[in-house]
Design a protein around this ligand. Structure first.
Ligand SMILES: [Zn+2]
Length: 115
């Protein structure tokens, strides 16, 4: 059996986050592995846990990064109520139009923060 190389995707601070990302990746058909949870799963969070790392196969790293970026984007950036190109009003917090399935397009909004 050939062992595929795994690479570190990201480092998180809690097993909750780790499992959240792992779940999101697996929803997208990507095998993810969490390292750093071994030992005391219950006590680790109490006194500055060691880094918890999420690993994926190197084949999947690019796709994984894209998925994580998406998640982080939605997390850190509240989506305001917006009007879709199809004319439907979409409530805040929803990144996808419920009527036509179009993605929220931040570049189309008035705010333009450049990095
Ligand atoms: Zn729409």
């Amino acid at each position: 059996m050939e062992e595929k190389p795994m690479v570190r995707l990201l480092v998180v601070e809690s097993d909750v986050e780790a499992n959240f990302f792992k779940g999101a990746l697996e929803d997208n058909g990507i095998n993810a592995m969490v390292k750093g949870l071994d030992g005391s799963a219950f006590g680790a969070a109490l006194d500055g846990p060691d880094a918890i790392e999420v690993y994926v196969y190197s084949d999947d790293i690019e796709e994984s990064k894209a998925i994580i970026m998406d998640l982080l984007d939605e997390d850190g950036d509240e989506i305001p109520a917006w009007t879709c190109a199809c004319g439907e009003d979409v409530d805040e917090g929803f990144g996808v139009c419920w009527a036509c399935g179009a993605d929220y397009d931040a570049s189309g909004s008035v705010e333009s923060e450049s990095e």
